[in-house]
Design a protein around this ligand. Structure first.
Ligand code: EPU
Length: 419
C-alpha cells in the first residue's frame, strides 16, 4: 500500500507565525460524546485530520447527522442514533474507537465495538475502562475482538483507576454522565483534553466536577440537552511539535492560538536546554540562543512531560552538546523511531525504558519512515534540521493527527513537498 511520502530539503531555519489547530485527542472524544446529546450540538475548532473524518463517518453510520459549517466547525445531530454496533471495518483504522463504548453504553445501554487492529506502538490494554463500566453496572464480554457491553441501568459508583489512563477517565465520564446517582473516578488523568471533554459535556447539561484534578465527580443527569455550541481547545502536541521544530532548526517562530499553561513542561525543558522561550497570553515565541545543551527528560501523565512529544524532543537532543537521556514513563514500546533516526546519523542507545542520546555535530538526510503518528512528525523535524534530502515515508500516519502539516511548515520557510 502506498502511504505517501514527504520530500524535505534541509537544513531549514524556520521563521514566522504558525496557528495551532484544535486538539486531536479532545476531538476524538468529544465527537463520540455528542452521541449522548438528544439533539443538536455545534462544535468549533475541530481539526481537519483523518482521524476526525473517520470518526465522523462512523457516527453517521450509527445514525447521527453531521453537517459542516466550514472546514473546522461541525453540527452533529444525534437525535436518531439507531445502532450500537461499530464493526471492524468501521473502526479498523481508528485507534480511539473505544470512546464509542462509553458513549453508546451511556446513550443506548448497549455497545458492540470492535477493537482496532494492531497498534502503532504495542498493545493498548483497556482493562481499566472495562473495570469501570462493570462498576457502573454493565456486563462486559470480549468475543472475537469485539467488546460487548450492556446494562439495563447504569448506577453511579466509586471507581479507583489502577493506572492513570486518559482513555479510561474519559470513557467512564461518558458512561456515567447519565447514570443514576454519583460516580467518582479516583486517580483520574488530568490532561487538558480530559478537562475539555468534561467542559463540553457540562455545556450540554452534564454535572461533572473536578476534571483536571485526580478525583472527578459526576452527578448523573437524566438528559443532555442539545442546542449549545462548544469550541475545542488548541492541540498541545501540535504546538509542542512546532516549538521543537523551531528550536531544532535554530529558527524564530511564534506558535499562536495556544494555551501556554498547557506547554509548561516543554517550555521549562527548552529553557533548561538553552532555547529562548518568550511567552504571551495565547502564544509562545521560540528563539535561537546558541548551542543547545543536554537534558534528561522523563515522560509522565500530565502535568509531566507528554509521552507524545518523546520522539520529537529526541530529535532536539541529538543536536545538544553532551549526553542526554529520555525515560519513557507511559508506553513501553515507544522507541521505534530510534532506528529511523540513526539512519540520519543520530547516536542513540536504548536500554529498557531509557534512550541515551549522544549529541552529534550534524544530522544528514536519508530515506526514513513514519512508524507512528508522533514518530512520523519527529522524522519531519529531523529532516528539516538535517543537511541534504530526507524522504519520510508512510505519512498517512502523520495525516491522522496534524492538520495541513506541510503547508504550515512551508509558510515558515521549510522546503517540504508531498509526493
Ligand atoms: N493502560 C492500562 N489499562 C487501561 C488503559 C491504559 O494499563 O485500561 C496503560 C497503558 O498501557 C499505558 C498507560 O496506561 O501504559 C496510559 O494509557 P492511556 O489510557 O492514558 O492512553 P490512551 O488513552 O490510550 C491517549 C492518547 C495517546 C497518548 C496517551 C498518553 C488519545 C486518543 N490518545 O491514549 O495519544 O499517548 O493518552 O498520554 O487520546 C497520540 O496522540 O499520538 C497518542 C498516541
Amino acid at each position: 500500500m502506498n502511504l505517501g511520502k514527504f520530500v524535505i530539503n534541509g537544513p531549514a531555519r524556520l521563521n514566522g507565525d504558525v496557528y495551532i489547530s484544535g486538539a486531536k485527542n479532545a476531538a476524538v472524544a468529544i465527537i463520540p460524546a455528542a452521541l449522548l446529546v438528544d439533539g443538536t450540538c455545534r462544535i468549533e475548532n475541530v481539526p481537519d485530520i483523518s482521524d476526525v473524518k473517520l470518526l465522523l463517518n462512523i457516527i453517521e453510520q450509527l445514525g447521527a447527522q453531521v453537517e459542516f459549517e466550514n472546514d473546522n466547525t461541525i453540527i452533529i445531530d444525534a437525535s436518531n442514533i439507531n445502532s450500537y454496533t461499530a464493526s471492524y471495518d468501521m473502526v479498523k483504522n481508528m485507534r480511539a474507537s473505544y470512546y464509542l463504548i462509553g458513549s453508546l453504553l451511556g446513550r443506548l445501554g448497549r455497545a458492540e465495538v470492535s477493537s482496532p487492529g494492531g497498534c502503532d506502538f504495542g498493545f493498548r490494554p483497556i482493562d481499566q475502562h472495562i473495570k469501570g463500566f462493570e462498576a457502573l453496572g454493565a456486563k462486559v464480554d470480549i468475543e472475537y475482538g469485539v467488546v460487548k457491553a450492556r446494562a439495563d441501568k447504569l448506577t453511579g459508583n466509586q471507581i479507583y483507576l489502577d493506572v492513570v489512563s486518559v482513555g479510561a477517565t474519559i470513557n467512564l465520564m461518558l458512561a456515567a454522565v447519565k447514570a443514576e446517582g454519583v460516580t467518582s473516578i479516583e486517580n483520574a488523568a488530568k490532561e487538558p483534553h480530559v478537562v475539555d471533554v468534561a467542559n463540553f459535556l457540562n455545556a450540554m447539561g452534564a454535572n461533572i466536577k473536578g476534571a483536571g484534578t485526580d478525583v472527578i465527580k459526576i452527578k448523573g443527569v437524566e438528559k443532555l440537552r442539545g442546542g449549545a455550541s462548544y469550541a475545542i481547545i488548541p492541540d498541545q502536541i501540535e504546538a509542542g511539535t512546532f516549538m521543537i521544530a523551531a528550536a531544532a532548526t535554530g529558527g524564530d517562530v511564534t506558535v499562536r492560538n495556544i494555551i501556554p499553561k498547557h506547554m509548561e513542561s516543554l517550555s521549562a525543558k527548552l529553557i533548561e536546554m538553552n532555547v529562548g522561550v518568550i511567552e504571551g497570553e495565547d502564544w509562545i515565541r521560540i528563539v535561537n540562543n546558541g548551542q543547545i545543551v543536554k537534558a534528561n527528560v522523563k515522560t509522565l501523565p500530565y502535568p509531566g512531560f507528554p509521552t507524545d512529544l518523546h520522539p520529537l524532543i529526541a530529535v532536539l537532543l541529538c543536536k545538544a552538546e553532551g549526553t542526554s537521556t529520555i525515560t519513557e514513563g507511559v508506553w513501553d514500546q515507544r522507541f521505534q523511531y530510534v532506528d529511523e533516526l540513526k539512519r540520519m546519523g543520530a547516536m542513540i542507545k536504548v536500554d529498557g525504558r531509557i534512550a541515551v542520546i549522544e549529541g552529534v555535530q550534524r544530522l544528514s538526510g536519508a530515506p526514513v519512515k513514519a512508524t507512528d503518528l508522533r514518530a512520523g512528525a519527529a522524522m519531519v523535524v529531523a529532516g528539516l534540521a538535517a543537511e541534504g534530502t530526507t524522504e519520510v515515508h508512510n505519512i498517512k500516519y502523520i495525516d491522522r493527527g496534524y492538520e495541513k502539516f506541510e503547508e504550515k511548515l512551508r509558510k515558515l520557510g521549510a522546503d517540504i513537498k508531498r509526493v
